[in-house]
Design a binder for this molecule. Structure first.
Ligand code: IPE
Ligand code: IPE
Ligand code: MG
Length: 246
């Protein structure tokens, strides 16, 4: 029986959910789950490199996550700074270009400086574009894009808004994964996910390993993306995707 070739998504986006529950199951503090989540993310970057994914965008801290207990919020800020110090040399060695997406104004000077330094140090890499959404919300992004256009006196169209979005440097996600069993978007990529293939996994983020990623990619690969057309109008499935865009 002939098997069709696997189609690897150009851009994978992930809502990394379930760190807290992973820790709770082990009677550990929630921050231990977040630490394990950083290790899972490090493995996921490696897997994406090995599979030829070009863009990886992850949701690390939402606009709404400020509403968590203050010790968890400050723990997440500390973890971000620590993770950068540990991971940036490795990202550099692997050709990964890092971008932080979100509203930086509310972040401390220490965190803001860490983000800028990591972006600067990885700017020359081109194997994988890795966007970390931190203090990010899809609504924030649409509003900031509209504000940018308004301040320049530019007309608001789909194209101009798209160019003013914080993720304008990459094409829209082809595959959007959410781990942790919840069936919702939680304010992630509201604009860019218009035609993303959605994949929900019951695995908690720290347990989302290579095999789980491969299952998600296989599910994506088997789908027909129609972008509003009929099946009969399509040539090869996926041909209409933005696979060759930046
Ligand atoms: C996702 O894991 C990470 C962040 C939101 C920072 P959670 O912390 O939401 O984990 P659960 O959903 O409580 O298990
Ligand atoms: C979404 O997870 C945000 C991140 C993964 C960073 P949440 O755990 O915050 O989402 P809700 O509150 O369950 O919708
Ligand atoms: Mg959660």
């Amino acid at each position: 029986m002939a098997t069709s070739a696997l189609i690897v998504p150009h851009h994978i986006a992930i809502v990394m959910d379930g760190n807290g529950r992973w820790a709770k199951k082990r009677f550990l503090p929630r921050i231990a789950g977040h630490k394990q989540g950083v290790d899972a993310l490090s493995d996921c970057v490696k897997s994406c490199l090995e599979r030829g994914v070009h863009v990886l965008t992850v949701f690390a801290f939402s606009s709404e996550n400020w509403n968590r207990p203050s010790d968890e919020v400050s723990g997440l800020m500390d973890l971000l700074v620590l993770a950068l110090a540990k991971q940036v040399p490795r990202l550099n060695a692997n050709g990964v270009q890092l971008h932080f997406i979100g509203d930086r104004q509310r972040l401390s000077e220490r965190v803001q400086a860490g983000l800028l330094k990591a972006e600067f140090n990885t700017a020359g890499n081109h194997r994988l574009i890795f966007n970390v959404c931190f203090n990010y919300g899809g609504r924030w992004d649409i509003a900031q894009a509209a504000q940018t256009l308004a301040s320049r006196g530019e007309a608001i169209t789909e194209q101009s808004l798209d160019r003013a979005m914080a993720l304008a440097h990459v094409s829209d996600p082809d595959l959007l994964i959410r781990t942790g069993g919840e069936l919702r978007i939680s304010n992630f990529m509201l604009w860019q996910a218009a035609y993303s293939e959605l994949y929900f996994s019951d695995r908690l983020w720290p347990e989302f390993d290579d095999a789980a990623l491969d299952e998600a990619i296989a599910s994506y690969s088997a789908r027909e993306r129609r972008f509003g057309k009929t099946s009969a109008q399509l040539g090869t499935p996926h041909k209409l995707s933005t696979e060759n865009a930046a």
